[in-house]
Design a protein around this ligand. Sequence first.
Ligand SMILES: [Ca+2]
Ligand SMILES: [Ca+2]
Length: 95
Amino acid sequence: MNRILVSVLMAAVMVAGGAFAEQKKTPMDSNSDGKVSKEEFCSAREKMMKNAGREFNRTAVEKQFAAKDKNKDGFLTGEELKGKKQTQEKSGDED
Ligand SMILES: [Ca+2]
Ligand SMILES: [Ca+2]
């Protein structure tokens, strides 16, 4: 009986894993090389801030970039970009 449940779970895990492995294009990655450079990150942020009618603070953005760039290679890749949905949208005390 449980064998069906197990195989359903296995299938679900495999599907989830496959979806995960699939490269999602990041809007920040303007040259589509699969990673976001500091320049791309800054200009994306700048655009975002301007759209929101807020002042762009490059120093703060570079700090955010450095915080995300866990392996310090100067680029944000998939793993590092996953932490995207943090509370930074509502921060505003760091400016
Ligand atoms: Ca790029
Ligand atoms: Ca990195």
